[in-house]
Design a binder for this molecule. Structure first.
Ligand code: NAD
Length: 294
């Protein structure tokens, strides 16, 4: 895929008008990905401040692409972005991607609002761990999971999560869309944690237990995996990047659905209570207080 400021021709079923609900870290990245493939993006968030933050995030992400050689100017790209606080603006979208925070209650509300505005649209959820089947049951729309990774522009993987009610044709369409975004789809049955979160969190929890037990320092544990097992980033550094609070939420859900082996270590809870949430907080397993990106 080549990034473009103009709508190119992509996969035959590729949606040309895509809604994104939630303009946070992931929503902005997902908006950028669909812009890259030529779609117009309708972004919805809760209030004007959130919309302004979303606009800044998308512009920054788009500018990054242009700096890496994509054609056009940020203004040209941003002409295909409409931001709103009203979900009714999803009315003409054939696909709406939901990227609100990881809470069943919030996502259920988001699904209802999207469905009311666009009853014929496909709804894709970016949930990291919640049941896509349970979410699909809330609406009459066709539903699938499209689990993008952070940061979206640099991540090549999208998990295509198949709910019990997801039509087969949508599974193959979704794979085509992901490929049109220049990413690689992995098709996973809707099971807690899918493939990536389940394995990734299992390794992170064990690494945290090792820190707790004084087996080795965070740096040495990460180095063991990076140098010994060719992980691109160590499990503790990755936990800092994702956010300890986010991973704690996923671990609690996996403990509930898959059993005690996913019980969050005491150290993880204590760090979250102390506000040591990782990179975004300036401190996690590592210290980022001098990092200008925090
Ligand atoms: P975030 O907190 O950065 O952004 C969430 C956005 O949703 C915010 O802008 C918020 O204002 C908005 N929002 C809240 N309620 C809303 C509503 N009712 N309508 C519209 N917008 C609303 O969160 P994030 O990190 O972008 O995560 C979003 C989703 O993506 C979660 O399900 C998360 O599990 C998943 N995810 C996160 C990551 C990650 O590394 N952060 C990776 C993969 C998937």
């Amino acid at each position: 895929m080549s990034e473009t400021a103009e709508p190119p021709t992509t996969a035959k079923s590729f949606p040309d008008r895509v809604g994104v609900m939630g303009g946070g870290r992931m929503g902005a990245g997902i908006a950028h990905a669909f812009l890259s493939a030529g779609a117009t993006v309708i972004g919805v968030d809760i209030n004007d401040d959130a919309l302004e933050a979303a606009r800044n995030r998308i512009t920054k992400s788009v500018t990054g692409s242009i700096d890496r050689g994509a054609p056009g100017t940020a203004e040209e790209w941003m002409q295909r972005v409409r931001l709103s606080t009203d979900a009714d603006d999803f009315a003409d979208c054939s696909l709406v991607v939901e990227a609100v925070p990881e809470s069943m209650e919030l996502k259920t509300k988001a699904f209802n609002a999207i469905s009311q505005a666009a009853p014929e649209a496909v709804i894709a959820t970016n949930t990291s761990s919640l049941s896509v089947t349970e979410l699909a049951d809330v609406v009459t729309n066709d539903v699938i999971g499209l689990h993008f990774f952070n940061p979206v522009p640099a991540s090549k993987l999208v998990e295509v999560v198949v709910a019990k009610s997801t039509p087969e044709k949508l599974v193959s369409d979704a794979q085509e869309w992901v490929e049109a975004l220049g990413k690689t789809p992995v098709v996973v049955k809707d099971a807690p944690g899918f493939a990536s979160s389940r394995l990734g969190v299992a390794i992170a929890l064990e690494a945290i237990r090792m820190v707790e037990q004084g087996v080795a320092s965070p740096k040495d544990i990460d180095n063991a995996m990076v140098l010994g097992y060719k992980f691109p980033v160590g499990p503790l550094e990755l936990t800092d990047i994702v956010g300890l609070d986010v991973r704690l939420g996923i671990a609690e859900y996996l403990e509930e659905t898959l059993g005690e082996r996913f019980a969050p270590p005491k150290l993880m809870r204590e760090m979250v209570e102390r506000g040591e949430l990782g990179r975004k907080a300036g401190k996690g397993f590592y210290d980022y207080s001098s990092d200008s990106q925090c």
